[in-house]
Write a protein that binds this ligand. Structure first.
Ligand SMILES: [Zn+2]
Length: 150
């Protein structure tokens, strides 16, 4: 990999990182609104895999930057006033934002599909028909039982 290739790659990552970070800031304010009730499980699953893919690409870029930092190949690029540290910070923000988005989609999915419950002891998500938490063994009150008792 010669210097020109490294620079080109870093510029590409830097610009996508900047975009992703900007997008992250915008979206944090509209959190929750983007996933309205009209979204069904199929759409949510699609959104989930798309968001996971976007996060994967961010992780890949982070790996590349780390590699270039470790091998000292970024030095030429620093002259352009964007340090690998700044790029990494942007990527971190973007990856964190994607994680929040993934968590939000998962929450919505659970509400839509209703196929899970939470352990009252450790908070782990369990199958709807599970009698005990697979994590800590706490007995679970199933939805059928709790609604029948009321
Ligand atoms: Zn548990």
């Amino acid at each position: 990999m010669d210097t020109r290739d490294v620079r080109k790659m870093l510029q590409a990552i830097a610009s996508t990182a900047q975009e992703a970070a900007d997008e992250a800031k915008e979206r944090m304010y509209s959190a929750g609104q983007s996933l309205s009730d009209k979204y069904d499980a199929a759409k949510l699953n699609l959104a989930l895999s798309r968001t996971k893919g976007e996060q994967e690409r961010i992780f890949t870029d982070m790996g590349r930057i780390q590699f270039l930092m470790n091998t000292g190949k970024y030095s030429d690029f620093e002259a352009e006033h964007i340090t690998p540290k700044q790029i990494m910070d942007h990527l971190m923000i973007a990856a964190e934002q994607k994680q929040q988005e993934i968590d939000r989609i998962r929450e919505r999915l659970e509400k839509v599909s209703g196929t899970s419950q939470y352990c009252p002891s450790c908070g782990r998500r369990c199958e709807e028909d599970a009698k005990f938490c697979p994590e800590c063994g706490t007995a679970l009150v199933t939805k059928a039982e709790s609604s029948g008792a009321m």
